[in-house]
Write a protein that binds this ligand. Structure first.
Ligand code: G6P
Length: 581
């Protein structure tokens, strides 16, 4: 959460930082700020709300003429979104921006207050600035090293010191990279922030301190020099343009057919490039949010292939007493590869010396780097906070892994036609809009399904609530009558997801139960039952069916949010990459 960019070089940093923040805004957008440095002078400009407000404020400020700056966009953890809590924070000679959480900020703050520090904000970040300032005499790297020894938690920091024309940076459990270009150097939490300037970057290890000047950079850990190679990002700036769409969410849904097609072409004759799950006795699937629901689809597929599968959200898995054996594989699913809880789950598996498989979008991310195996989902850059195309690609990977375990006849034939069928479904936007008209004034919406259809329901429900703010829940179709059915009354919308032949009659009965209590059904499935509201998707191999169903629910969520005038790409309170616990 939160985004960092810093620049030191030949140019004035304002435009570079502003563009960077706009690209980072998906990570948090409740407030933002910048610091510019020339000689001893440090000018700070902060603002509550979107980056557009900061941009406006900057236009009315007389900025110092300089070539060093750091900037931040925030998703509040400690202290409400306000100008005083926005970053950068300044204590004495130190000005810094921070991603992550300092978990022992409260006791440290008490100590520092006793020593005479007067804090201006309610943030944990200001404590970090005060600590570095306390230890700084002449040696900045020494001061940073002392400060980080005292803190617990996660941090990525870009730091200015009044006395030097430099940017310092350090990270622990929160991503931060160095960008390298002929006109200057960057520090950022996400390569996307600097892609229009450079695709050359250097990864920073935990607690490595980097010192950037306008002519170069050096990295040390515990004061010993570290050499790291310069890497080249394969992402392109193209990925961040809207291509005429009003929102990234819609643009990204519309990219699904081509991404699915590209992925199929890459792997259809190259299944050996994917890991073989047959050799494991236990599969654990772990993720957060939508990644977890993609995993849930995987669980149902792998179970039908005869594997034993456990699945949990990462924030629970990391604290559970898990029994591993030497044939356990832990699959970590994550678009960003940087979700704090998923990283912790991965570390737990690594500590227990079992194999780990990363299913991630961002190459070079922590999860992509540290797992035994990785499969990149190749969804390109996803900007809308609510994931769509990355989800579909995650499911596609799981589906191919399932096919590799248990090669059934119709799969390959259906796989080839899948992108075209998906495109045809997405082209029915008029129909999704019509359904959205029926939904957008509702207070509660329910989704029901069994087995894999239940997993699909979970994702459909999450998508709807996160972008439209309509309360929505998903239930196993057979479970509804054990309580929740009391919420169903005249006009309640209930989605029935029904794609599994084995249990379709059961779910239809459950749908009829709610209809007889006044519910308005929206049926999504493969057989035509003649419901007034129904989305029919082509019948394909079971392992591929979710790839045709979920996008229709994404479209409905989009149009409902649109009708309600929501901030679709940046729903309130959310962030795309959740790098705090
Ligand atoms: C956030 C996003 C979700 C995403 C989840 C996991 O909550 O808003 O869309 O599913 O994080 O993110 P990851 O990057 O690990 O897939």
């Amino acid at each position: 959460m939160c985004g960092i960019i810093g620049y030191i070089g030949k140019e004035h940093p304002k435009e570079i930082l502003l563009e960077g923040l706009k690209n980072l805004e998906y990570r948090g957008y409740d407030s933002s700020g910048m610091a510019f440095k020339k000689g001893k002078e440090i000018q700070i400009v902060k603002c509550v709300g979107k980056i557009a407000f900061l941009e406006e404020k900057l236009q009315n400020e007389k900025l110092i003429d300089c070539n060093i700056g750091i900037a931040h966009t925030r998703w509040a953890t400690h202290g409400e979104p306000s100008e005083k809590n926005a970053h950068p924070h300044q204590v004495g000679k130190i000005t810094l921006v921070h991603n992550g959480i300092i978990e022992n900020a409260a006791p440290l703050k008490k100590e520092l207050e006793k020593e005479g520090v007067k804090f201006q904000s309610s943030t944990d970040t200001e404590v970090m600035a005060a600590l570095i300032n306390k230890y700084y005499k002449k040696d900045m790297i020494g001061a940073i090293n002392k400060a980080i020894k005292e803190v617990k938690g996660s941090y990525a920091l870009a730091i200015l010191n009044e006395d030097e024309d430099k940017i310092y940076a350090v990270r622990c459990q929160s991503p931060l990279i160095i960008g390298v270009e002929k006109n200057g150097y960057y520090v950022t939490s996400d390569i996307g922030a600097i892609l229009s300037h450079t695709n050359q970057y250097v990864l920073l290890g935990e607690n490595e301190v980097v010192e950037l000047t306008k002519d170069g950079y050096s990295i040390t850990k515990n004061n010993k020099p570290i050499t790291r190679k310069v890497e080249t990002s394969t992402l392109s700036t193209e990925d961040s343009s809207l291509h005429g769409y009003e929102h990234y969410m819609l643009k990204e849904i519309m990219e699904e057919p081509i991404l699915v097609d590209n992925f199929i072409k890459k792997y259809i004759n190259n299944l050996d490039a994917l890991p073989d799950l047959k050799k494991y006795h236990d599969i654990h699937i772990v993720g957060c949010g939508s990644a977890y629901y993609a995993g849930m689809i995987g669980k149902y597929l792998f179970e039908e292939d005869g594997l034993r599968v456990d699945i949990d959200v990462a924030s629970e898995y990391r604290y559970r007493n898990i029994i591993y054996n030497d044939k356990t594989l832990v699959i970590l699913i994550s678009q960003s590869g940087e979700t704090a809880d998923t990283i912790a789950a991965m570390r737990k598996a690594i500590e227990h010396k079992v194999d780990t498989l990363a299913i991630v979008n961002v190459d070079g991310s922590t999860i992509a780097r540290d797992c035994t195996y990785k499969v990149l989902i190749e969804a390109g850059r996803e900007i809308a906070v609510a994931t769509t195309k990355a989800f579909i690609q995650q499911v596609l990977v799981l589906s191919l892994l399932s096919y590799k375990i248990n090669k059934d006849d119709t799969y390959l034939e259906d796989l080839i036609h899948l992108p075209q069928q998906l495109k045809v479904l997405l082209d029915k936007s008029g129909y999704y809009k019509k359904l959205a008209d029926a939904i957008y004034k509702q207070e509660d919406v329910f989704f029901i399904g069994r087995k894999v259809d239940y997993a699909i329901s979970m994702e459909g429900s999450l998508k709807l609530k996160e972008v439209s703010y309509i309360h929505s829940d998903s239930y196993q179709a057979g479970e509804l009558k054990h309580g929740t059915i009391s919420l169903v009354n005249e006009g309640t919308i209930v989605f029935g997801i029904i794609t599994d032949d084995e249990i379709k009659d059961k779910t239809i009965s459950n749908l009829e139960e709610v209809i007889s209590r006044g519910a308005v059904p929206i049926y999504v499935g493969i057989d035509d039952y003649g419901y007034e509201n129904q989305i029919l998707v082509p019948r394909v191999n079971k392992k591929l069916q979710p790839i045709l169903v979920v996008p229709t629910l994404q479209m409905i969520a989009y149009y409902v949010a649109y009708k309600r005038g929501c901030d679709i790409d940046k729903p309130r309170n959310l962030a795309k990459s959740v790098t705090v616990e």
